[in-house]
Structures are given as C-alpha cells and as structure tokens.
Design a protein around this ligand. Structure first.
Ligand code: PLP
Length: 257
C-alpha cells in the first residue's frame, strides 16, 4: 500500500481541500493521511470563515505522521500564511519527503483569498523548490510571475519562468482558457500539451484539489511524469463529468470508488 499525505485546508462542505484530497486518494487505491493547515467554514455558496492552525500544531501533525508511518507522496494545497509555509518547508526537508506536489491555492472560485497576499513570496521561495510538480492555474501562474494575464500562446514562456523558481516540473492548467482546457507540462527540457475540451459543467467545486492529489497518488504509485499527468487528468475529467448539484450553489466533482 502507498501512503499519501495531504497538507491542506478543511472544507466543511466536503467538496474541496482535505476532503477532496482524501476522497481522491481512496478512489485511486492509496491510503490517505492529512495535516490540516486551516479550517474553513464553507458550503457550496462560498467561504464564511477561516481559522488558521498555528505553526506548532502544523509541525506536530507532520512529525506525528512521519515518525511513525512511511510517506510515499505529499500533496500541498491551502497554506494560508507565511508562518505555516515556512514550517511545512522545514518539516518536509527534515523528513526528506518524496513526490511533493504543490498546488499553489490562492483564491476560491467563490472569490475568497485562501492564501494571504503577503504569503506569495514565501510560497515561491520556500515551497516551489521542494516540488516534484507545481500545478498553478492561469491566474495563479500570473500571480506567481507578477504578470497581468496569460493566454495559450504565453503558457510555454510562463512555464519556463516558473521552472526557474525551482520546481522539478511545472503543470500550468488551462481551465481558464476560452476555447479548451489545455494543460501544459514542462519538465525543464520538453513541453507536453494535454488537450481536452471544456465540459459543460456548472458543478466544479474541488477540481484543482482533485487533480493535484491524483498527480501525487500516481507519482507515488510509480508512474512516470507524463503518464501520471495523463491519468490524473482522465480521473478529473470523469469526476467533472459526474459532478452533481448539492446545496444551493456550485456542487462538487464526483469521486469513483
Ligand atoms: N477550500 C479549500 C480548503 C481549498 O483548498 C480550495 C481549493 O484548493 C477551495 C476551497 C476552493 O475550491 P474551488 O475553487 O474548487 O471551489
């Protein structure tokens, strides 16, 4: 059995964050563990409140897992503030964590800032160099690079620039493109495009969390990077196709067991 750890925020409505990550891990046949960085009070309409977890407690959770259990991969999602980020980076270095996937979560689809603006530089400096893969969407890639906007033509240059920040590879997700959901992978040498149509789906809560967790799981299962991204994207495609209405707003993607 492969043991996967998610370090992320809790979503009380179960569609994104820690809950999406653990559902993805179960669906893909790996054992899921969690370090919670923040508790969000949210539902399908949006985020009402956030309580950040103190850095000592983040450290204690990571230590408790690593000192007892072999960890084969780590997905990092919502990290909230500079203190939490610095702690996560120090702890993962200390424990020599493998297969780290960094999803630079910034703003929820409903518009809530899940990462403090002043934490962006810390995330770039501390977490990106630890990443086997970093998975920004287009607005996140823009924010990391300090640019206004990004279209499909600009994605290859942006991926190279993000690679210079230290991750082994970069996956820019094109879900915000107008005509298609084309993603670009850059491994430091080659570009690979993963092309897909936009699905006509209103219920998309938890898509980013699901993709990055599926990537971490497939890497831990031993797939090489290209196959990993392909398989993770296929899993997400199915999960979006079967997403369903829940509550009064944007429903969650559906996980397959
Ligand atoms: N809540 C938490 C805890 C998250 O980690 C995320 C995204 O990573 C979201 C909410 C946002 O989910 P979405 O933008 O898919 O609605």
């Amino acid at each position: 059995m492969k043991n996967l750890l998610t370090i992320a925020g809790s979503d009380s409505s179960g569609g994104a964050g820690i809950q999406a990550d653990l559902k993805t891990f179960s669906a893909l046949g790996v054992y899921g563990m969690s370090v919670i960085t923040a508790v969000t009070a949210q539902n399908t309409l949006g985020v009402d409140e956030v309580a950040e977890i103190g850095r000592d407690m983040v450290k204690a959770q990571i230590d408790a897992v690593f000192k007892d259990i072999p960890v084969h991969g780590v997905k990092i999602g919502m990290v909230s503030n500079p203190e939490i980020i610095t702690q996560i980076a120090a702890s993962l270095k200390e424990w020599k964590a493998p297969n780290i996937v960094v999803d630079p979560v910034m703003i929820s689809k409903s518009g809530y800032a899940l990462l403090k603006p002043e934490a962006v530089e810390t995330l770039k400096r501390e977490l990106l160099p630890l990443a086997r893969v970093v998975t920004p969407n287009l607005p996140e890639a823009c924010c990391l690079l300090g640019i206004e906007a990004l279209d499909e033509e600009g994605m290859e240059f942006a991926a190279q620039e993000l690679h210079r920040l230290g991750p082994e590879s970069v996956l820019i997700k094109g879900g915000h493109l107008k005509d298609a959901a084309n993603d670009l992978l850059f491994d430091g040498e080659d570009f690979s495009w993963f092309k897909a149509p936009h699905l006509n789906q209103k219920h998309t809560h938890g898509t980013g969390c699901t993709l990055s967790s599926a990537i971490a799981a497939h890497l831990a299962l031993g797939y090489e990077l290209q196959t990993t991204v392909q398989k993770a994207k296929e899993y997400l495609f199915g999960a979006i196709e079967q997403a369903f209405p829940l509550g009064h707003g944007v429903g969650p993607v559906h996980h397959f067991y």
